[in-house]
Design a protein around this ligand. Structure first.
Ligand SMILES: [Zn+2]
Length: 187
């Protein structure tokens, strides 16, 4: 057998075993990093094109965690990879249609701002009053490495700003308007 074929076969086995191991370690709500965890304050690394085959595995974990949050706390529209300790510039948003966002960049941030009570899966009982840009344009790569553009306003705009902040190690607690901009909610 030529050496190339042998090495190809070995590589395939390694990949298959890796996937099985990964499935056995599926992440969910129990793995969400909570307020104060130092990893939530770190800057995340870009997703590389060579890592695209890992993206569905990461997204499966993010989707699972979001579903469990929705069941337990009745909120959750987006989650950023670092919230599960995956230190990559990856966001999963589901507003009826799932959207996988790799290496996002925000443009055209409007000078108009608006205030909201923001929530976060990393501190599900705490609301934080913050100010966000009314509209923006998000440029990113999708799960097929295609370039995408998303013009967002209002609720979508603030969600994107919240999730991109996570990739830069910024939590909405760090954007509180003042020291009374926190509200504890039982849910
Ligand atoms: Zn959050």
């Amino acid at each position: 057998m030529p050496p190339a074929a042998i090495s190809g076969e070995c590589e395939l086995k390694v990949k298959v075993n890796f996937s099985i191991d990964y499935k056995m370690q599926r992440k969910g709500l129990k793995d969400i990093l909570l307020l104060g965890d130092p990893r939530l304050y770190e800057n995340c690394e870009p997703v590389l094109e060579s890592e695209l085959e890992l993206v569905p595995l990461w997204v499966a974990d993010l989707a699972q965690a979001m579903q469990e949050i929705r069941e337990q706390y009745q909120f959750g529209r987006g989650i950023a990879a670092p919230q599960l300790g995956i230190m990559k510039r990856l966001i999963y948003i589901d507003l009826g249609q799932p959207r996988i966002i790799l290496n996002p960049e925000m443009y055209d941030l409007s000078p108009e701002m608006f205030e909201i009570w923001d929530d976060c899966m990393s501190f599900p009982n705490l609301l934080v009053r913050v100010e966000r840009h009314q509209s923006l344009t998000l440029k990113y790569r999708d799960e097929n490495w295609h370039r995408q553009e998303w013009k967002a306003e209002g609720a979508e705009s603030e969600l994107i700003q919240h999730e991109v902040d996570h990739l830069n190690g910024v939590l909405c607690t760090m954007r509180a308007l003042d020291d009374k901009s926190f509200r504890w909610v039982g849910r």
